[in-house]
Design a protein around this ligand. Structure first.
Ligand code: 9G3
Length: 572
């Protein structure tokens, strides 16, 4: 491709609203342009990278026997009413009426659509297992789209759905997709980890998220420094530590005057006590009923664990008015002693505490020397706290947990019969018995994968494309377009590489050398062939590796062979 005939509008300045580096670089490198909040156009250079990721996904999905389909973006309300999700989702589900005033939505996902097809076409166990996938536009009306493609409203997803006749088959489908995802992200040259994840509102028994490790990631990943355990913070388990409280005698309960002392920090200073001698009491509304959750002062509550423990749909912090009504005091002085008609759930770490400090359920008052059983009853002890850096690993004996950030690029779910039951997708088994199909669903954010690759592969000068998803593999840069010998040499190399099927961009713009070199670093094509004075004086060109900066001086008539050798090594 000749740059003078291409459409690659690079920018010097950083777009003001771009908060993360991948968003900045994708705009500056002429890959995307914003149409509206969370809605982006792909320009030619960006589309080439997107297509590379699509092709890697297709190859690995097809390798596992998955069959590609292409489903509508516009979905009728009826099937969402059957699954019960039309009412479940709020403004995130973009709904509209057609000319006959019928209700539709823009598809945020396609469980209902694919189950509707399968329930009509699959009747026998002989037709299972089946895995259907598409690469398709999704729309989710995020309240605050940001970070460019990372959290867009309209985005491209590969979504796959597996259909099995029994649990064993469903587990194999899940494992096949898990393995395919590992190959996909390895082939994209991404540093990723598959982490145990919460299944969220779509239900099902368990799920894994594929996280590309990057400091700008929105998700928090907890991983063991010794074994392979890794989980999304929402789900990360905490090892239950042994309790050694025997031998410590209970002291007399004491109410203390603590004017305007509301937080653990205030309390630590005011009483010169340590946070691990305190218990935080938080009041939640769990499916509308109040629950008191207790964690040690130096720990944080994990609402997702509380929700899963109680099998609730909605868990939210109680508001000030509710706290006053239940405890008789404003927020900041809540404690477990004297609470009536409310379930008290405490984290396991509280079980090992003696003579601790809590709120007194009275403004400006706290309690000292509070003790379990004597002063209040805990209804249930459970793991309800956030995992922390340095916690013992819940899986192996010696490991400690590390906290990192990740960008979720893939998510695999075991769905069970949630949709097949709701929509009547059944089959007759070998004994002629009617059974519900067992499903799984598997998503990859295609655009988000490109953005994550840039988050992980860039430097202060711009993008550093991993070879497998680079828009082009080679950039030829004639330094001075008015020097006919440089132009002829560049043209000769360009024609030779084209003839060999190499994906090459020739920067034939008549621009200052400095500007061309800056653009070369910005757009990040992995190999740059500089045709400059060396070509004129010694018949040599420079091959520069964008990733390492290393430079090779190569005679003009050996360049094509050298490039082919490098590419076959990088793309094997
Ligand atoms: C909605 C809206 C947003 C949503 C969903 C539904 C996320 C929704 C979860 C999934 C599960 C899997 C198939 C591919 C892999 C992920 N956000 N999810 O179901 F109506 Cl507005 O999409 N779907």
């Amino acid at each position: 491709m000749r740059w003078s005939r291409y459409f690659l509008p690079t920018l010097r300045e950083v777009p003001a609203e771009a908060e993360v580096i991948s968003h900045q670089l994708m705009v500056r490198a002429g890959m995307i342009r914003k149409l509206a909040a969370g809605i982006y156009s792909y320009l030619p250079f960006g589309l080439r990278a997107l297509k590379k990721v699509r092709e890697i996904i297709r190859e690995e999905m097809n390798r596992k026997g998955a069959l590609e389909v292409y489903l509508p973006v516009v979905q009728p309300a009826e099937i969402w009413q059957e699954s019960g999700r039309w009412q479940l989702y709020g403004k995130e589900l973009l709904r509209f009426k057609d000319r006959h005033a019928r209700d539709f939505c823009l598809g945020p996902t396609h469980e209902e659509v694919i189950t509707d097809i399968v329930r009509k076409e699959v009747k026998s166990y002989r037709q299972l297992p089946l895995n259907l996938y598409q690469i398709q536009t999704k729309f989710r009306d995020e309240v605050r789209p940001r970070f460019g493609l990372m959290r867009g409203r309209e985005f491209e997803m590969k979504d796959a759905y597996s259909f099995d006749k029994d649990e064993e088959g469903a587990n194999k489908s899940y494992q096949d997709m898990y393995d395919a995802y590992c190959r996909i992200f390895e082939r994209c040259d991404l540093n990723f980890r598959a982490v145990e994840a919460d299944t969220g509102p779509i239900g099902g028994s368990y799920s894994h998220e594929f996280m590309v490790l990057a400091d700008t990631g929105e998700d928090i990943v907890v991983g063991c420094d010794t074994c392979s355990y890794a989980a999304n913070m929402e789900k990360a388990e905490v090892r239950r530590e042994s309790i050694e409280t025997q031998g410590v005698e209970m002291k007399e309960l004491e109410k203390i005057y603590t004017p305007q002392v509301k937080t653990i920090q205030d309390l630590t200073t005011f009483l010169s006590a340590k946070p691990d001698q305190m218990v935080k009491t938080l009041i939640f509304q769990v499916d509308g009923r109040p629950v008191a959750a207790l964690v040690r002062g130096d720990h944080e509550i994990n609402p997702v664990k509380l929700k899963n423990l109680l099998g609730a749909d909605v868990v939210e912090m109680a508001d000030e008015e509710t706290v006053r009504r239940i405890t008789g005091a404003p927020i900041g002085f809540t404690g477990p002693v004297g609470l009536k008609g409310i379930e008290i759930i405490a984290d396991f770490a509280v079980q090992g505490m003696v003579n601790f400090i809590t709120g007194a359920n009275e403004v400006d008052r706290h309690l000292k020397n509070v003790n379990l059983n004597r002063d209040f009853k805990v209804d249930r002890f459970a793991d309800i706290r956030q995992a922390m850096e340095g916690d013992l690993c819940p899986r192996c004996e010696t490991g400690r947990l590390k906290i990192t950030r990740g960008i979720e690029v893939g998510h695999v779910f075991k769905l069970g019969t949630k949709y097949s039951k709701a929509m009547g997708a059944t089959f007759l088994d070998a004994d002629g018995k009617e059974k519900y199909i067992i499903m799984g669903c598997y998503g990859i954010g295609v655009g988000r994968t490109v953005a994550a690759a840039i988050e992980q592969n860039h430097d202060e000068n711009g993008i550093i494309w991993p070879f497998p998803i680079a828009p082009f593999h080679v950039l030829i840069l004639p330094v001075n377009m008015t020097d006919s010998r440089m132009v002829e040499t560049a043209e000769k190399i360009y024609q030779e590489l084209l003839a060999e099927g190499v994906e090459v961009l020739l920067d034939d713009r008549d621009e200052r050398p400095g500007a061309k070199f800056k653009d070369a670093d910005l757009i990040g094509i992995p190999l740059r062939i500089t045709v400059g004075n060396l070509a004129v004086s010694e018949g040599k060109v420079e091959i520069k590796f964008r990733k390492t900066g290393e430079v090779e001086k190569v005679p003009v008539n050996e360049v094509t062979q050298r490039i082919k050798a490098i590419l076959s090594a990088q793309l094997k």
